[in-house]
Write a protein that binds this ligand. Sequence first.
Ligand SMILES: Nc1ncnc2c1ncn2[C@@H]1O[C@H](COP(=O)(O)OP(=O)(O)O)[C@@H](O)[C@H]1O
Ligand SMILES: [Mg+2]
Length: 423
Amino acid sequence: MNTPERGLILIVDDTPTNIDIIREVLEEQGFDVAIAISGERALQQVAQEIPDLILLDVMMPGIDGFQTCQCLKSLPLIQNVPVIFMTALSDKDNKVKALELGAVDYVTKPFEAQEVLARVRTHLKLHRLTQTLAQEVNKKVSELQNIQMQLVQSEKMSALGNLVAGVAHEINNPIGFLNGSINNAKDYVKDLLDYVALYQQHHPNPAAPVQDKAEAIDLDYLQKDLSKLLDSMQGATDRIIGISTSLRTFSRADTEYKVSGNLHDGINSTILILKYRLKANKHRPEINVIQDYGDIPAIDCYPGQLNQVFMNILANSIDMFDEMTQSQSFDQLQAHPQQITIRTTADANQVQIQIADNGKGMTEEVRARIFDHLFTTKGAGKGTGLGLAIARQIAVEKHGGSLEVQSKLGRGTMFCIRLPIAG
Ligand SMILES: Nc1ncnc2c1ncn2[C@@H]1O[C@H](COP(=O)(O)OP(=O)(O)O)[C@@H](O)[C@H]1O
Ligand SMILES: [Mg+2]
């Protein structure tokens, strides 16, 4: 009639009659029962199979119940298993001691079978509830951590986006003005030079001071060089305009809905933002970025989030290259240039972006954990351990794609992002 109860109860007692009484009630209710006739045996027993609850006699030859309890509680897998003491000693001190050692309860001899049963049930139930609660709490905590990391990163990215958009906007007016002015200047200079040429043609022999001045300023050279100078000034402003457009591509990429996005634009603008970190410094030569772009279609995506993926992966490679300068000299690095290769390819359904560095790679232990959130090998204040966890989340959850890594210690690391073409 009673549904059998589940659970393995370990009885630790040196008196066979005691064991028999309790075993009978427990087995009648459907519990599994294991027996240990001493503290030492109990410790061996739990190593074989973890019980759900332990009934522990206090007075035993060899190590007594108190010591046994202490040993049990020091085992990580056992420390949460509820222990109920069985004692003939009814004095208060012993009960207090038992509870202090981590026991959840005690029963006194001679046993009242129903009482033992009731206490066993209560503590099993409490234990199970506690465990469920702990699991729930852990789950909630990790959900919260997830949300928090998204917030931190999206906050950072939107701050960066604003900064970049602001800079691009501020650059735009003066550079537009400069570009226009150079065009006007070119016209004026051309007119002026034509005028001088005409003058020279019709007055081949000007007065001495005019001739002297022409020589002093090297008029022939000046006439040839001035137009070139203006052309290179215009080339420089064109480059700045290109940079500004790239910055705006990066900052405008933040969209709430999937849009059709060109990944090469995203990668290029991300590289531009990181350019200052790629440059040579006194510890190492410049990091080369090789862009081996295939013919890939635009894909349905959140371009801003994908920029974040590129940014997190590229920044990690740069961090790693910077770290390598601690063990390698400038000359050593010059002999083996640090490189990041970005290769894009596509098939009918998906595009693939491989970002590979020829750096120091990682150990298998590190590799296995890099996508865990909060996992970092970097010092406090340097790493957050969020970059790759977020990158993977963006690739997998937001885009239905994947992010995988391969790494060889001492050889380098390659990340491979795969994204479906039709979101
Ligand atoms: N290209 C790489 N080469 C070597 N190790 C890397 C590389 N990219 C990531 N890692 C390892 O992965 C860890 C986690 O990276 P990430 O999630 O971005 O967090 P963080 O950069 O804040 O440490 C890094 O601390 C580093 O140990
Ligand atoms: Mg990182």
